[in-house]
Write a protein that binds this ligand. Sequence first.
Ligand code: ADP
Ligand code: MG
Length: 349
Amino acid sequence: MKKIGILFGQERSFPEAVIERINQKAVKGITAEAVKIDKIFQNVPLGYAVIIDRISQDVPFYRASLKNAAITGTAVINNPFWWSADEKFFNNVLAEQIGVPVPKTALIPSRQHPTGTTGDSFSNLTMPLDWDAIFNYVGFPAYMKPFDGGGWRDVYKLHDKEDFFNKHAGTEQLVMLLQEEIIFEQYYRCYCIGGKHVRIMSYDPRNPHHLRYAVDSFTTSSALLKTIEEYVIKLCTYLGYDFNTVEFAVRDGIPIAIDFCNPAPDADIKSVGEENFEWVVETTANYAIERAQAQKDGQDNLTWGEYIKSSVAGKPLIAKSASKTTKKPAAKSVAEKTTAKPKKPTVKK
Ligand SMILES: Nc1ncnc2c1ncn2[C@@H]1O[C@H](COP(=O)(O)OP(=O)(O)O)[C@@H](O)[C@H]1O
Ligand SMILES: [Mg+2]
């Protein structure tokens, strides 16, 4: 019997529903339950073919347990190694390289020294930083948010540089992104499961929390939806997430990816609504069964993204489309100067 386990924290509706759905399907040789842990010994498997991880971002003990599970054969959804390595700034860099539009974004060092360091630890930072260049590149209004944040924690909208310095002064040890504001006509939040199943949801972040998904579907061209779907799949397969949400702000008809590092996205019935909930429960159940059936003992059963795979193989990251839509046409942005782009083949005359 292959077991599918769910590891979760305070959430209630989603984990229970997925367990129930998998068991209702009564697929021969497959069963689902909440993961049970009463000890972790090195190199001892936990006994699950698949574990769906909904909580290790908050519990380092679980993250280490999942790495132990992964190397002893469990297909962990999402890959705990990649999740440990990833953050939003890297996400944006990768998106640019694979041709998915993102807001212009700068990385800002933390206001306070990380615990255990002093000013002497920062021998390589030029102080003050080149703030003029940073503000010119990003522009105002701007958004400031943690490079590894989530759940809207410490997200600020900033109007000018004084506003930036005031707000940044209160961010303690957080490493922040300073990002161009995208003034959007539409906003979408998309589930992506297995790097192939996509659910595009109209979402209005300007509404109070419980009404964000309760927007009437925006009238949207099928071409835009197709582009969104293509970007969602591209981002999730290059990053290597089995389960993620990708948010887009649509400006002048162009979807710009805002937030796509959500490996344990909100799936509560109260926030996403009944129809989206049904989709995510059913798709997760089917996908977990598929992964359990494919799982083989004694080997790695994780999903690895195209970025890692091409790096390991020593191959360049292939950008299929190089459309850059978030830049002002005039001055060259920092990103344009620094981002490696695929070279056009030279044509012999
Ligand atoms: N660059 C941006 N332009 C416009 N709105 C933004 C931008 N960045 C964030 N926001 C707004 O702030 C919200 C939270 O930011 P987000 O990047 O999604 O962080 P979190 O991971 O905490 O959800 C978004 O849903 C969006 O409404
Ligand atoms: Mg978000």
